[in-house]
Design a protein around this ligand. Structure first.
Ligand code: ADP
Ligand code: MG
Length: 254
């Protein structure tokens, strides 16, 4: 078996006395989609945030595409990466948030081009051309010069996805990408994510959209109280859950 794209090993994380991640092991293979389910407070967002080093783990380790996240090993010692190196590493991992987090004072096109221009120092013309291609890919070619507040929530989230793709990440993380949307706008965002999945993008998606999980996920992971309680193919976890807590959760969201 090849090295997983994402390898999470024995990760623990506490905030003060609250242990939020209690020994997480997770592997995601290149080109696969992992959907993470679980009740509020179970540690899903914290897990995503540790994967791109927005949070430091207390113990255990995480690697993405074979490289330790936040650390460099030399001999048998680990050295923490400097802020610059962490930022560079983070450009390889796209993150899409529940609340879009677009820059309100920048146009849609500028939002998408900002990081490649400023973080990677890419040439302007090429970056803007690429941003237009990405906008087209999420079905918003005609919105290049609009400002975020002129768009619907669904459109803003599609821009946020295009912005994440602009850095050509090895991995995309989604934290409840449709939870802030009106119900009639959920489908257009899920369709874009589904499209990325079909094109072989490696993704971890935290969502409560069970239909999406069933259709798109290679693996469904159920978290509760900082642990992965159950994981497997969607047909197994969603239709024949083995744990009481998974059953109880699914009976509420289905
Ligand atoms: P989920 O995404 O599954 O709802 P989170 O990972 O956001 O869960 O949160 C898990 C627990 O950790 C919650 O009890 C939350 O209040 C707590 N928590 C998350 N981030 C912080 C933080 N930065 N400081 C203190 N507590 C936090
Ligand atoms: Mg969360």
């Amino acid at each position: 078996m090849s090295t997983p794209m994402v390898d999470v090993k024995a990760v623990h994380k506490s905030f003060g006395t609250l242990e939020v991640l209690r020994g997480i092991d997770l592997e995601v293979r290149a080109g696969e989609v992992t959907v993470v389910l679980g009740p509020s407070g179970s540690g899903k967002s914290t897990l995503l945030r540790t994967i791109n080093h927005l949070e430091k783990v207390d113990s255990g380790w995480i690697s993405v595409d074979g490289a330790l996240v936040g650390y460099r090993s030399s001999g048998d010692k680990l050295y923490e990466l400097r802020e610059r190196e962490v930022l560079k590493q983070r450009t390889q991992i796209g993150f899409v948030f529940q609340n879009f987090n677009l820059f309100p004072h920048l146009t849609v096109l500028e939002n998408i081009a900002e990081a490649p221009l400023s973080a990677l120092g890419r040439p302007r013309k090429e970056t803007l051309d690429n941003a237009r291609r990405l906008l087209d890919r999420v079905g918003l070619a005609d919105k290049a010069d609009a400002y975020p507040k002129q768009l619907s929530g669904g459109q803003q989230q599609r821009v946020a996805i295009a912005r994440a793709l602009a850095l050509e990440p090895k991995l995309l993380l989604f934290d409840e990408p449709t939870s802030a949307l009106d119900p009639e706008l959920v489908g257009e965002v899920l369709d874009v994510i589904k499209d990325l999945a079909l094109q072989g993008t490696t993704m971890i998606v935290v969502t409560h959209e069970i239909g999406f999980a069933r259709e798109v996920a290679d693996t469904v992971v159920f978290m509760d109280e900082g642990r992965i309680v159950e994981q497997g193919a969607p047909g197994d976890v969603l239709d024949a859950p083995r744990h009481e807590r998974t059953k109880a959760f699914l009976s509420k969201v289905l």
